[in-house]
Design a protein around this ligand. Structure first.
Ligand code: SAM
Length: 227
């Protein structure tokens, strides 16, 4: 890959600091992740024993460990050494599971090497210009016919409803997850959750075909295929 002196440093944490030991130690309880749900998701995405996959922004590794048990090889990628340490501990014993300390803009993979890339609640750490760059890199790393699964906070309401939607989400977070009001507020203020239409346009401009788009409140999910 060509290196430019203006390239974004995606190793630095934006918003919540996922290098922080306490943040990571309490992450699973706060987030409410579930191996069963991730397995069902991977089945829905068509992950098969002959396939290879990568999970970018893998966090504590719940999804990528399930994936490793279902496919030929899985790679967990994350910028946080603390998250990766938790993911490695969780995946101990899975010989087809490897890890890379890198981000969307710095991961290394041969062209057309993955059947599936997943990115759950992680892409919002990048500003929009860099999200589009990330899509081009993920597109290049996917085999033709390979799929990208993207889930994240993204907005799909008219401008007049944005403030109420953000406020409603922060209140919902405090009532239904382990996140505090301050953490929800910092997500809106400092992280880069964008609009579903912007994500859709970035994906299609990059050459992806949208296979699925589901919007559930502020949580948007896209499944996109490299033709
Ligand atoms: C909210 S957690 C999501 C973890 C996991 N995917 C899940 O669904 O539970 C966000 C993760 O993205 C990672 N992250 C932050 N910036 C990143 C980047 N530029 N590239 C890849 N991962 C990043 C963080 O270290 C953290 O582990």
């Amino acid at each position: 890959m060509q290196h430019y002196d203006w390239w974004y440093d995606d190793a630095r944490q934006v918003g919540l600091d996922f290098e922080d030991e306490t943040q990571v130690a309490t992450y699973d309880a706060r987030q409410g992740g579930s191996a069963e749900r991730d397995r069902a998701l991977l089945e829905h995405l068509g992950l098969k024993p002959h396939m290879t996959m990568a999970d970018i922004g893998c966090g504590t590794g719940i999804l990528v460990r399930e994936a490793a048990q279902m496919c030929k090889a899985a790679v967990g990628i994350d910028v946080s050494a603390t998250m990766l340490a938790a993911a490695k501990a969780r995946g101990a014993g899975c010989e087809n599971l490897s890890f890379q300390r890198a981000g969307f803009l710095s991961f290394e993979a041969p062209e057309q090497s993955f059947d599936l890339i997943t990115a759950k609640n992680a892409l919002h750490h990048l500003p929009d210009f860099w999200k589009a760059m990330a899509f081009t890199r993920m597109y290049a790393a996917l085999k033709p016919g390979g799929r990208l699964y993207l889930r994240d906070v993204m907005f799909d309401v008219p401008g007049q409803q944005l403030a109420a939607t953000a406020e409603g989400w922060i209140v919902w977070l405090t009532q239904n997850t382990g996140y505090s009001r301050a953490e929800g507020a910092s997500h809106i203020r400092e992280e880069y959750s964008t609009f579903a239409w912007a994500i859709e346009r970035m994906l299609t401009d990059c050459g992806f075909k949208i296979v699925e788009h589901v919007q559930d409140g502020v949580y948007g999910t896209f499944v996109a295929e490299r033709p």
